[in-house]
Design a protein around this ligand. Sequence first.
Ligand code: SF4
Length: 186
Amino acid sequence: METAIFEQLEQLARDLGAFKAKVIPTKDVPTDASFRTLCEKNTCHSYGMNYGCPPDVGTVEEVLEALYSYQYILVYQYVGELEDSFDFEGMTAAGDRHRALVYRFRDEADAGITLPRRLYLGAGGCRYCKTCARVTNEPCRFPEKRLASLESYCVNVSQLAKAADMKYINGQNTVTYFGGMLFDLQ
Ligand code: SF4
C-alpha cells in the first residue's frame, strides 16, 4: 500500500508538470536552523509581510518540530527554460508556473488521495492573494490555502535535492524550483 500511494503522488506531480518527483522519509530531510537568519535579513521584503513567511510561520523550533512530526515528504521540482542567465522575466514566469503547479497539485491531491494528515510547502511566501492580508495586519483570508515555503521550514533545498536523487540545477539556461508535501500514512 505504501508504495502504491508513493507512486500515485509522484505520478500526479509529474502529470501536472513536475520534472521529477520522489517520496522520501521525513527523517532524511536536511534542515538548517541558520536559514532563518537569511529570512530575517529580509532581502525579499516578505519578512513580517506574509503569513507564509517568518516570523508568522512559527519559530525555528516550532517549524522543525512540525516538519519532523510527519512520516514522509513528497519532493518535486519544476524546471523552467530561460533565454539566458540574465532572463529575469523568464525566471519570474517560471516561478509563476511553479506556483500554479503547487496549487494545482494541492487541489488534486486533496480531492483524490486520502491521507490522515498533510502539509504543503512551496517556494517563496504565500501568493494566493495578490496582496497578503499580513501587509495590513488583517487575518489571513484563506487559512486553508495558506502556503509556506520549504525554506521557511529551514529545509536545505540543495541537500534535499540530493536526498531525493534530483539535481538542484538542471543545466544552462534553466531555473529549478522545488515543492513538497509532508504527509502521514497512518
Ligand atoms: S491566503 Fe492570502 S492572506 Fe492568507 S497567507 Fe496566503 S496570501 Fe496571505
